[in-house]
Write a protein of this length. Structure first.
Ligand code: BG6
Length: 484
């Protein structure tokens, strides 16, 4: 693999500690980093490299720190302020030194693990200091940015414009970490490598789809960011719309970023934009009790910690199928799942089958206990003709004895390899904002009143009422399959 140097801006922050360093360390333990590799950790705190390495060791929650010393030898720390253009010249110097040391042009990778409100200034300063240019022997630096990609369509466009001033699309890696999750990638395999499902994959057989990301945690020290963002922008606009896209898109011609993006775009463009009246009946916004008492939350905050929206795709394949997308914090448990409910066709034959909800649904459990389950109706043993719902399951844990890589391991490796297929494109982000903006605007005008829910449960009663009005019910509050 080509030599590489990772510059992590915001190296002392949460994202770096929780996701980036553990992922790079895991790659290093598996010998998946290039032999010529370096990390430049950059942040405002005036640490020496030695102190930074020691702090990192203490703060990282790693069960197994074998090989840690080897790994940390690859890390240098540089105090700088990328937003204020402080010390970027020294960064240029360090990059040049590494280039001389390895006698080749290492792939430069800039990881912008910084607060979203300084993205634009930071990119501008990289450009001003010539850091967006290739190193002396050629090569194009890559830049990694993380969601949120803007705040709405307008700010997403402005952010995109500021980055594309210095970096071309093939240099920009926009992370939505859900796309790096193993089970999410398995959606492709499940749909396109198993001929039995694809013929059923349309409004002819599918009744509805429920996509849920439930979390047990609250704002966890991210109050300042979260209070400005809310559940709709934090999770639904990106992770949940992406899951909806993967479950509904047509097969791409191949696995390259362009083909996948093209098929995804067709779906997101086809999502019907809700009118103000529809927003009143198709969405729920809610906040958990005691949210206002948390650190760095405005005392009169109207930010939602639970968001639900019912969406439709305006194309012949999906016309009329409701997609219920919901996410919330401080719920009973952590689970992300997609449940595909099939239409009721033959049950009438079994008069005494009164079980609700009806079986015949497929669950794709993204986390935890990753797996896929099919709920079927089976004949109860005995002389009668009674039916009972049963589950057929495929669980990663029992089917494979290999641990699954963390999403960030996969994504960071792909950045080094130059593969953009699991990353977000600018047009996809903009199309998703077009779905979300009208909802945000209506909520800001209080067209949908903010309700509240008790922590530790399954969210507000309004969410149950919304789906029950449609004659349906939530199929999976908690883990339904692979309870091992
Ligand atoms: C992030 C959100 O994108 O995803 C967080 O900003 C959320 O608020 C997190 O907690 C959930 O990710 P995961 O991988 O734990 O489901």
């Amino acid at each position: 693999m080509q030599a590489a140097v990772f510059v992590i801006f915001g190296a002392t922050g949460n994202l770096a500690k929780k996701r980036i360093f553990p992922a790079l360390f895991a790659l290093s333990k598996q010998n998946l980093l290039p032999p010529k590799f370096k990390i430049i950790a950059a942040a405002r705190t005036p640490f020496s490299s030695q102190i930074f390495r020691r702090t990192l060791r203490e703060t990282l929650d790693l069960q197994n720190k074998d090989n840690w010393e080897d790994f940390t030898q690859k890390i240098d720390y540089l105090p700088l302020d990328v937003a204020q253009d402080f010390n970027l010249k020294d960064l240029g110097g360090l990059l040049d030194d590494f280039e001389k040391e390895v006698k080749t042009c290492p792939q430069r990778i800039f990881y912008m693990a910084i607060a979203p409100d300084i993205f634009e200034k930071a990119t501008k300063n990289l450009g001003k200091n010539g850091l967006h240019q290739s190193c002396r022997h050629g090569g194009k630096p890559r830049i990694i940015i993380e969601k949120p990609f803007g705040w709405d369509l307008k700010s997403a466009r402005s952010l995109a414009a500021s980055i594309t001033k210095y970096f071309t699309q093939d240099q920009i890696y926009r992370i939505d970490h859900y796309l790096g999750k193993e089970t999410v990638q398995n959606i492709f395999a499940f749909r396109f490598a198993n001929e039995i499902f694809e013929p059923l994959w349309s409004n002819q057989y599918i009744d509805s789809v429920q996509i849920t990301t439930a979390e047990r945690i609250g704002t966890e020290g991210r109050g300042e960011f979260y209070d400005k963002t809310g559940a709709l922008r934090d999770i639904l606009q990106n992770h949940l719309i992406q899951l909806m896209t993967l479950i509904t898109m047509d097969a791409p011609t191949n696995f390259d970023a362009k083909s996948i993006n093209q098929k995804k775009l067709e779906i997101v463009r086809g999502i019907k934009k809700l009118t103000a009246d529809e927003i009143k009946t198709h969405t729920v916004r809610s906040q958990y009790e005691d949210y206002l008492a948390e650190e760095k939350i405005a005392p009169d905050s109207k930010t939602e910690t639970y968001a639900l929206t019912k969406l439709f795709i305006d194309n012949p394949r999906w016309q009329g199928v409701p997609f219920y997308l919901r996410t919330g914090k401080k719920l009973e448990g952590k689970v992300t799942s997609i449940i595909i409910q099939f239409k009721e066709k033959g049950h009438k034959l079994f008069k005494n089958f009164s079980q609700k909800p009806l079986p015949n649904h497929i669950t794709i459990q993204i986390q935890p206990n990753e797996g896929i389950g099919i709920r079927l109706a089976a004949k109860k043993p005995g002389l009668g003709q009674e039916l009972e719902p049963v589950d057929m399951e495929f669980c990663y844990k029992t089917s494979f004895d290999k641990p699954q890589p963390e999403a960030y391991e996969r994504l960071l490796l792909d950045v080094m390899l130059g593969d953009q297929s699991l990353f977000m494109s600018e047009d996809l982000i903009e199309e998703s904002w077009k779905v979300i903006d009208p909802i945000e605007e209506a909520w800001a005008k209080n067209l949908v009143p903010l309700s509240s829910y008790k922590p530790g449960g399954w969210g507000p009663k309004e969410a149950d009422e919304l789906i029950e009005k449609d004659g349906r019910t939530w199929l999976a509050p908690l883990l339904t399959i692979c309870r091992i």
